[in-house]
Design a protein around this ligand. Structure first.
Ligand SMILES: [Zn+2]
Length: 244
């Protein structure tokens, strides 16, 4: 009915005006870009509130706020760990300098762990360093083996993986590594046989960079996993655990 629609509309406007006048009382995550740790829900709620206040049109580039990255595999967990990948658009408008890049953030909520960097692959790799020790030693599925068709993993790939991957890594959320060309190097969530990532072999060409250079790492509990993050990739190996 038109009357009730009008009432609902007026109520929203009233709420919006009220919220705009009481920004100081906002208790959630900042209504702007932040590098501090907040849970995915807190960031999602803050972005929704920004859109409630300012409207949804252009909210991603205008707010620079974190929101879930497209097709980012936020339902993956491995052991006690889970991953949510968010993105924030800090790219300048055409002809303008700054403020930054299209950034990505991986969050492991059970650990209050997060990392911010770009591109997307780098935070996915950082999460695997955090949650899946030894992943860099997993066998690389050769390019000659067709891994997927439109209907999913091929029988050949499944057999190869079952034979070559360590048994203890054939579990929920575990990744596979596939040989890729220089194109198509995105790490694809949900494409391992166990709903983990299909990681591009190009990940193995990168070494863990010094923390200050390219990656922002901010933990609520800074001691947790600190030693692991600071080690170069070569010391993350656990050969005994990865015997075939
Ligand atoms: Zn974790």
């Amino acid at each position: 009915m038109p009357d009730s629609f009008q009432l609902a509309f007026d109520f929203d406007e009233f709420e919006r005006e009220d919220a705009r006048n009481n920004l100081a009382s906002w208790q959630g995550a900042p209504l702007r870009f932040t590098t501090d740790y907040y849970s995915p829900d807190e960031l999602d709620t803050a972005f929704a509130h920004w859109r409630f206040l300012n409207g949804g049109f252009g909210s991603i580039p205008l707010s620079h706020m974190w929101h879930e990255a497209p097709a980012s595999g936020s339902n993956i967990s491995f052991g006690e760990h889970s991953i949510v990948v968010l993105t924030a658009d800090l790219r300048p408008e055409p002809g303008v300098i700054g403020p930054g890049e299209l950034l990505y953030q991986a969050i492991c909520e059970p650990c209050d762990w997060h990392q911010i960097s770009h591109p997307e692959n780098s935070v996915v790799e950082a999460w695997h360093d955090h949650a899946v020790p030894g992943w860099r030693e997993l066998p690389v599925i050769p390019a000659q083996i067709r891994v997927r068709t439109e209907t999913g993993l091929t029988k050949l790939a499944q057999a190869w993986i079952a034979e070559h991957y360590p048994k203890h890594m054939q579990i929920e959320g575990a990744p596979i590594i596939t040989e890729r060309t220089q194109f198509g190097t995105r790490h694809v969530p949900g494409y391992s046989p166990w709903n983990g990532y299909d990681l591009s072999s190009t990940a193995l060409d990168t070494t863990v960079p010094p923390r200050a250079e390219t990656i922002v790492t901010l933990n609520r509990r800074p001691m947790q996993n600190e030693a692991l993050e600071l080690r170069p990739a070569s010391t993350l190996r656990t050969p005994d655990a990865l015997n075939r």
